[in-house]
Design a protein around this ligand. Structure first.
Ligand SMILES: COc1ccc(NC(=O)[C@H](C)Nc2nc3c(cnn3-c3ccccc3C)c(=O)[nH]2)cc1
Ligand SMILES: [Zn+2]
Length: 325
């Protein structure tokens, strides 16, 4: 992978800060350069003394450790990081949060699905895989993603944190572990309820409050493909269903329990999305909008349009089925 030193125009730098960024029109090598740009645009390199070649080696090793599977691949890692980058600028977090917390969030986004095999936690546990054994069925995938991240950081030439103090590294490590482990969707309600409970009087100087906000922001970045333009989001749903179908095919072959919304004989694109958008995405975004009203137009409106699109598709499909029967 030749990371061409793509000369990034001012126009692209601004476009990179918006949730409308289209990942499909960029090569992997260009996305690597854009990831470096995010670090420098947020002043991480100067504030934390991150040398350019160390950042380069770090990102290259990250790139190597994502697998070529339909959804949880390097492009997903880039999308989640780019959404996080966009949210930081959109909500002006540079003026309300410590820079070290922004560094934790961006690095967590980059690392959050490292070495994902395309089989979710339910499969790991049911199939009693090496990961389920090692992590005692407790978020086996997320524990693994985080362990791989710190294995990479143990190598001096990849350690972007090698010039920070012991106290700073301790805070960074605690933050990255907390954020990556928060991406386990089985903990969705636990984390959302914690955020709801501190909502009325959110205090940016209270670490307990900002710790929860950081988990909410990586969760939002991770699952918010539907906040992007339809021509960007729809291919991602095809990739996701491809990965889900691979898993449910394998589960059927191995006589393991099959998750209904992964079963190619049961799921349709609209049915999987209308429920997900209505019961998972919108409630999550509505909570975040209470803190950052500007997300109404940038995130919630596009998702409501996506809900209308899939609801339309669902009724059209049902009408078609009725005509056939
Ligand atoms: C509470 O745990 C859950 C809840 C919902 C889902 N997934 C769904 O409902 C369906 C399959 N749709 C869906 N799932 C999505 C999307 C984005 N990420 N994402 C996803 C991917 C892997 C694991 C979990 C989720 C939510 C998306 O746009 N749609 C998966 C896990
Ligand atoms: Zn992810």
């Amino acid at each position: 992978l030749q990371m061409r030193s793509l000369e990034v125009s001012e126009e692209v730098r601004q476009y990179l800060k918006t949730p409308t960024f289209d990942n499909w029109s960029w090569e992997d090598a260009e996305m690597m350069v854009l990831l470096q740009l995010m670090f420098s645009d947020l002043d991480f390199n100067s504030i934390f003394n991150i040398e350019a070649d160390v950042l380069h080696h770090f990102l290259f090793e990250i790139y190597r450790r994502y697998n070529n599977i339909p959804f949880h691949n390097f492009k997903h890692c880039f999308c989640v990081t780019q959404m996080m980058f966009g949210l930081i600028w959109l909500t002006d977090l540079r003026s309300t949060m410590d820079t070290i917390d922004l560094l934790i969030m961006l690095t967590s986004a980059i690392c959050h699905d490292l070495d994902h095999t395309g089989y979710n936690n339910a499969y790991q546990i049911n199939a009693r895989t090496e990961l389920a054994l090692r992590y005692n069925d407790i978020s086996p995938l997320e524990n693994h993603h985080c362990a791989v991240a710190f294995k990479i950081l143990e190598r001096d030439e990849c350690n972007i944190f090698r010039n920070v103090s012991m106290d700073q590294f301790k805070r960074i490590r605690e933050g990255i572990i907390r954020c990556i482990l928060a991406t386990d969707m089985t903990r969705h309600n636990e984390i959302l309820n914690k955020f709801k409970s501190i909502q009325p009087c959110f205090d940016f100087s209270n670490k307990d409050h900002t710790d929860v906000l950081m988990m909410i922001l990586i969760k939002v970045s991770d699952i918010s493909n539907e906040a992007r333009p339809m021509e960007v989001a729809e291919p991602w749903l095809d990739c996701l269903l491809q990965e889900f179908f691979n898993q449910s095919d394998m589960e059927k072959l191995e006589g393991l329990p099959v998750t209904p919304f992964m079963d190619r004989d049961k799921v349709t694109k609209p049915s999987s999305q209308t429920g997900f958008i209505r019961f998972v995405l919108l409630p999550l975004f509505m909570e975040l909008k209470n803190l950052f009203p500007c997300l109404e137009q940038h995130i919630i409106h596009p998702v409501q349009k996506a809900l209308d699109y899939y609801t339309e598709m669902e009724t059209a499909l049902e009408r078609e089925n009725q005509n056939q029967n």
